[in-house]
Design a protein around this ligand. Structure first.
Ligand SMILES: [Zn+2]
Length: 171
């Protein structure tokens, strides 16, 4: 039987899983590839601090880097921050939702301040990821919503990257 096409391997721990559950990072500039579709050499890594913190030390990854990187965690964190804030800012700025008028249908809502009475999925977004003045953003594109939900823990955690990521204690 042939291997399913959407399975990828974490460059640090070697676990194989659906690529949508892994984070794809492009080389050599270490850009986070949110849509996993950019035409660059890249690697995949698990969404946990242990793999993120150590993956750039792996020879299979660092042989493609232009310089030696001592703080893998911070470098990868900054890559997430840069890409996610650009995507989330665009989503907030392009949605026409009235902040006082949440949709009744279920879907994905991104919000800056507390929301109540919304029945669908919702992700709180930190000020680092969206610095504009809208409070809510309804994500109508289901493909984008699915990806955001896959990365939910990173989006929630991005504010300083100090909490827990997928159950793994951070140092
Ligand atoms: Zn891993």
């Amino acid at each position: 039987m042939s291997k399913p096409k959407n399975i990828r391997t974490c460059a640090y721990c070697g676990i194989k899983t659906e690529k949508s559950k892994l984070l794809r990072i492009n080389l050599p500039l270490l850009c986070f590839d949110f849509y996993q579709n950019k035409n660059f050499r890249s690697f995949y890594v698990c969404q946990n601090i242990k793999c993120i913190s150590r993956v750039l030390k792996k020879h299979s990854v660092n042989k493609y880097l232009n310089k030696e990187i001592n703080d893998s965690k911070t470098v990868v964190f900054n890559a997430f921050l840069k890409e996610l804030s650009s995507i989330i800012t665009r989503l907030f700025e392009n949605n026409n939702l009235d902040d006082n008028n949440l949709p009744h249908y279920s879907g994905l809502l991104l919000y800056k301040n507390n929301v109540s009475g919304y029945k669908g999925e919702a992700i709180p977004v930190s000020n680092l990821l969206y610095m504009g003045n809208k409070d809510t953003c309804f994500v109508s594109d289901s493909n984008v919503a699915k990806r955001l939900l896959n990365y939910k823990n990173i989006i929630i955690d991005i504010d300083g990257f100090n909490g827990e990521l997928n159950g793994c204690k951070k140092s």
